[in-house]
Design a protein. Structure first.
Length: 397
């Protein structure tokens, strides 16, 4: 019992000593931290990329055929046969439909018979007129009768000419019973089955099918007034064989494509802006030998908006928005951040074009923006500005 009573104060004294030592260590660590000052935020900085670029304006457009026709008959009759496969490619002059030709063959035979009758009548009137002239010369026939025979001869000549014209008309109508493709292209389905009566030769003629050309093909886009004026000035500045040739280039991609693999040229600009929309209609023509571009399909298109020029490029994530301003953080003296208002342009290969407010060689913050404040001193680590194409070519590390 006396040994236990003397051990209790020794244990309490030891615990108290340990606590005092711990508190002292904490206070000493805090004092060292205060003496060293607060830790500076770390940001990644790099110089902007400077390289030659071409700027593009992007649009949404729709492909349409250069040529599109509705196949209709020029004569009425019963459809006798169809000579194409629905949805196939057809060549110009290829036979598509045949209308029963028998009524037209009979009309042609009748016209030829009428011509024979008119010629026979002409021969007779010419003989009568020749005899009349001889009799008139001896005054055996009155002059007015001679004139009547000459008039009859002239009428017979006109009847021959009319009969010949009727033969040509009958031959045309007979030819119209064989309906051929007027253009090369892809044909639709037959809208009328064999045996049906079709009307032709007027505004209400029966629609038989349609054909659209595919190579080349046109892309129709709508450009705003400002974009149109800019392109118009660029085309005027180039001159023959100069920049005007370059700025007519157009690139396109379909909705399931990621690269601009289709290349064409501007071939038509409308003669006035649409007053309802304030846009100008523009057509670009593309080669389409593989028929991948189809009429009616939507596509994204970009039209060259500048000649090649040097530009300052920065990562788009480095550009911050401050209400209606665009700013970059630039590293100033003593590694302090400076907020810089800039004028931006389009994206080129994933990088933002800086038109004004930044000079080549200046260092900007490209990462760590959440820890940065204007006027704050920072710790910088070097980075780099790389275009999307170069980054994709480099691949994963």
């Amino acid at each position: 019992m006396p040994r236990q009573a003397t051990a209790q104060p020794v244990s309490t004294l030891s615990s108290f000593a340990v606590a005092v030592l711990f508190v002292g260590a904490v206070l000493l660590s805090t004092a060292v931290t205060w003496a060293a000052g607060p830790t500076l935020p770390t940001v990644i900085v790099a110089e902007p990329l400077v390289r030659e670029i071409v700027e593009w304006d992007e649009y949404t457009g729709r492909f349409q055929p250069v040529e599109a026709i509705e196949v209709r008959s020029r004569v009425s009759g019963y459809l006798e046969s169809v000579h194409f496969g629905e949805g196939e490619f057809v060549k110009r002059g290829e036979l598509l439909f045949v209308i029963d030709p028998r009524p037209f063959e009979a009309a042609l035979a009748e016209a030829r018979a009428e011509l024979a009758r008119a010629r026979s009548n002409l021969e007779n009137t010419e003989r009568e007129y020749d005899r009349g002239k001889q009799l008139g010369a001896t005054r055996a026939l009155a002059q007015e009768l001679v004139d009547a025979r000459r008039a009859a001869r002239d009428i017979a000549k006109a009847e021959v000419d009319a009969a010949q014209a009727r033969i040509k008309a009958a031959e045309l109508e007979l030819g119209f019973t064989r309906i051929a493709a007027a253009i090369d292209g892809r044909i639709s389905d037959a809208r009328v089955d064999v045996g049906n009566l079709i009307s032709g030769g007027d505004a209400d003629s029966t629609l038989l099918t349609t054909i659209v050309s595919l190579d080349p093909i046109e892309l129709v886009i709508e450009a705003s007034e400002a974009e149109f004026l800019r392109h118009l000035r660029m085309r005027g500045q180039g001159g023959p064989g100069g920049k005007a040739e370059a700025v007519t280039q157009v690139e396109a991609r379909l909705l399931d494509e990621t690269t601009w693999i289709h290349r064409g040229r501007v071939t038509f600009i409308d003669n006035r802006l649409d007053p309802a929309t304030g846009t100008m209609r523009v057509k670009a023509t593309f080669s389409n030998s593989d028929a991948i571009l189809q009429p009616g399909v939507f596509a994204r298109a970009r039209l060259q908006a500048s000649a090649p020029h040097d530009a300052i490029l920065v990562p788009d994530r480095a550009v911050l928005s401050d209400q209606d301003r665009k700013i970059l953080y630039v590293i100033g003296d003593d590694d302090r951040l400076v907020s810089r208002t800039v004028s931006i342009g389009p994206l080129v290969d994933g990088l933002r074009v800086i038109r004004a407010g930044l000079a080549a060689g200046e260092r900007i913050v490209i990462d760590g923006l959440l820890r940065a404040r204007p006027g704050q001193q920072v710790t910088t680590e070097p980075g780099s500005v790389v275009a999307a194409e170069a980054a994709a070519a480099a691949g994963p590390p």
